[in-house]
Write a protein of this length. Structure first.
Length: 277
């Protein structure tokens, strides 16, 4: 069977890990498009008509707020999309974000994993779950890709993606924010440096293989200053005062960490705090 020619648009944290995995698995990655690179080898600074024409599969790996714009750029190139598979990697957005790409088999492909900056861990895809949603042709392709990556997949309805993304944020981003609060309390209590070991027996019933934390690995909509996603989250849980209250509390903590890490500016921190009031 002929190997499809894959183009990856976006080369941030997830994009760089995904590109490395596609290359490692010899999955057919031919182009990586990012405005932060120079035209060389696999890399292209912008998506062009020849690149799009030469691609069987296009993976849109950009921030959620840029997905629609990227889809518009693809449409404006006026390349026949019939038979091409085009999907994005957002946990929040569904395949409907690509509805303007007439003729293409569209979908969404979201790894339930955190991808920190720095050294690329070759095993971050191994054994993880990837949420799939979209056309049947896309699902067939995606399942094979997931299998090639030694990962697992599950199907999610498009109308459930916001809640699913909330789950991922609470399970990763806000757990790290929670541990930052624990660290602050431990410091105020003058506990020794091994404070995590001291409270570990209290946590092991709910945390499997807990091994400490690092605020530097915090990712998610707050570190990206993705205010649209925050507003959609809050709107989805506005009736649940407990969950929305906890979301705001931990969101504020995550905002402070993001500011300390240099991911957001003071002005952005203040705007996030107003949203999370």
């Amino acid at each position: 069977m002929k190997k499809p020619k894959i183009t990856l648009i976006g080369y941030g944290r997830l994009g760089s890990y995904l590109a490395a995995e596609l290359i490692r698995k010899k999955a057919g990655l031919k182009y990586i498009v990012s405005h932060n690179v120079k035209d060389s080898g696999l890399f292209r600074k912008k998506l062009t008509k020849p690149v799009l024409t030469d691609s069987d599969v296009i993976i849109i790996c950009v921030q959620d707020k840029n997905i629609s714009e990227t889809a518009s750029q693809i449409a404006k190139l006026k390349v026949p999309l019939k038979g091409k598979i085009i999907f994005h990697t957002s946990g929040l957005k569904s395949s409907s974000a690509l509805e303007k790409l007439d003729g293409a088999y569209t979908g969404s492909f979201h790894p339930a994993q955190a991808f920190p900056s720095g050294t690329k861990n070759k095993k971050l895809f191994e054994g993880i779950y990837i949420a799939l949603e979209g056309s049947s042709k896309f699902i067939t392709f995606a399942k094979n890709l997931v299998k090639m990556m030694n990962a697992k997949s599950f199907i999610i309805r498009c109308d459930q993606k916001i809640i699913y993304h909330l789950l991922c944020v609470f399970a990763s981003n806000y757990v790290l924010a929670y541990f930052a609060l624990l660290n602050k309390l431990a410091t105020e209590a003058s506990l020794p440096g091994n404070w995590f070991e001291i409270i570990h027996p209290l946590l092991e019933k709910t945390l499997k293989d807990a091994g400490g934390y690092s605020c530097k690995s915090l990712t998610g909509p707050i570190t990206r200053f993705d205010t649209d996603t925050l507003k959609e989250h809050l709107n989805a849980i506005k009736e649940d005062k407990l969950i929305s209250g906890l979301y705001k509390v931990l969101g504020n903590a995550a905002s402070e960490i993001s500011f300390q890490n240099g991911d957001i500016t003071k002005h952005q921190l203040q705007k996030l705090k107003r949203i999370l009031e």
